[in-house]
Design a binder for this molecule. Structure first.
Ligand SMILES: C[S@@+](CC[C@H](N)C(=O)[O-])C[C@H]1O[C@@H](n2cnc3c(N)ncnc32)[C@H](O)[C@@H]1O
Length: 202
């Protein structure tokens, strides 16, 4: 599946391409392959090669798809970027012409509801607050079910909690959420949903 089909939009990709300036017959290392958004854009920009690295074994399937699509222009190394020096020396390519790093986690890694799951954690100081109630809902037309809302690309959630100070004087609501990066309607409707839910639980 391509990044376009997945609604995956790599962060700052045009700026990265501008700085890297990929050229035919050159070789680049994508030190944080993830879902391959950077690698794909680099490979599509000219007849170059990419050596991709990622420490997360779950991205291997995407790497296999890239291998089928781009053949010898693409290779994947399941490793940490701290090994980049060793990987650069061991490659058969005569030189590495540029490196890209996109540090963090890919949203695809958080949307795996089986092993990791999207989460919007709320941390609080138990020496100051007592939890009154908390819950999670999906930003969609069916907030109580695992679901993708409106024109969103991915499942999005909101976790909320109400706290009380230990002296019982004050109460506070916290809503932690992550609006969709792709769907404008989803973002607008998600904001409205937050207000509706807040009114109904208060
Ligand atoms: C923000 S994502 C990269 C997204 C990618 N640029 C794309 O467009 O799909 C960051 C990736 O870095 C990987 N990563 C984190 N620490 C790493 C490390 N020490 N070595 C290699 N990869 C690492 C994560 O597993 C994750 O896949």
């Amino acid at each position: 599946m391509t990044n376009k089909e997945l609604g995956h939009r790599p962060v700052l990709i045009e700026e990265v391409i501008e700085q890297l300036g990929p050229k035919d017959n050159e070789t680049y290392i994508d030190a944080t392959f993830g879902y391959g958004g950077y690698t794909e854009r680099i490979l599509q920009s000219c007849e170059c090669k990419v050596i991709a690295i990622d420490r997360d074994p779950t991205v291997k399937k995407q790497a296999e798809r890239f291998k089928k699509k781009y053949g010898s222009r693409f290779s994947f190394v399941h490793s940490k970027f701290s090994q980049i020096d060793k990987i650069s020396k061991e490659t058969k390519e005569k030189e590495i012409n540029g490196f890209v790093f996109d540090i963090g986690v890919s949203s695809m890694q958080l949307d795996d509801g089986n092993k990791k799951g999207e989460f919007c954690a709320i941390y609080y100081n138990k020496n100051k607050y007592r939890l009154i109630k908390s819950s999670t809902f999906w930003l969609s037309e069916n907030p109580s079910e695992v679901s993708i809302g409106w024109d969103a690309a991915l499942e999005r959630i909101c976790t909320y909690a109400q706290f009380e100070t230990l002296n019982g004087k004050d109460k506070i609501w916290i809503f932690n959420t992550h609006f969709d990066h792709f769907g404008k309607t989803a973002r607008e409707q998600s904001a409205k949903l937050l207000i509706i839910i807040k009114i109904n639980i208060d």
